[in-house]
Design a protein around this ligand. Structure first.
Ligand code: FES
Length: 162
């Protein structure tokens, strides 16, 4: 307590005002933080955790199921299995123009949508396709079946020796 009671009363009210301001600021920060936390937890809750698309890695039978010279399209998987002697490869059948499924043709692949054409290796030979068909990684699973991984693209001409 000082000698001037009026002055001390003023300091008390200043202290209370600054304490009130601090508490107001803290509760504002707390409210803002809980709002952010709530929005984040709602986002996590709404976002699906499962995907239901076709798996990108799958087995496709034994190498002996594909005799030399085979070029067979696995429609639902959108790949073409190619066998050349002891070499096997998987080439995408998804057109690089707008994603239609290309069909096998005498010279390679042909897209029914806008006429893109590809040779046997998937190189563009005509039409609006901007790039060649993708080649996917092919390996042997422990049970001896071919395993194709559409998540892993390889350079065109990359075969699995069987
Ligand atoms: S989607 Fe194949 S040419 Fe357009």
């Amino acid at each position: 307590m000082g000698l001037n009671p009026r002055r001390d009363a003023g300091t008390d009210s200043d202290d209370r005002a600054s304490r009130r301001r601090l508490l107001g600021w803290l509760s504002g920060v707390g409210l803002f933080g809980s709002g952010i936390l709530s929005a984040f937890s709602n986002f996590v809750f709404i976002k699906p955790r499962a995907t239901y698309g076709a798996p990108q890695r799958f087995t496709a039978g034994k190498p002996s199921d594909y005799p030399d010279g085979t070029r067979v399209a696995l429609e639902p998987r959108r790949v073409c299995i190619v066998r050349d002697g002891n070499k096997l490869a998987a080439i995408s059948t998804t057109c690089t123009h707008l994603g239609c499924i290309v069909g096998l043709s005498e010279t390679g692949f042909a897209c029914p949508c806008h006429g893109s054409r590809y040779d046997q290796d998937g190189t563009v030979t005509g039409g609006p396709a901007p790039k060649p068909l993708a080649w996917y990684k092919v390996s042997l699973a422990p049970n001896g079946e071919l395993e194709i991984d559409k998540d892993v693209e390889v350079n065109p001409g990359t075969y699995l020796n069987v």
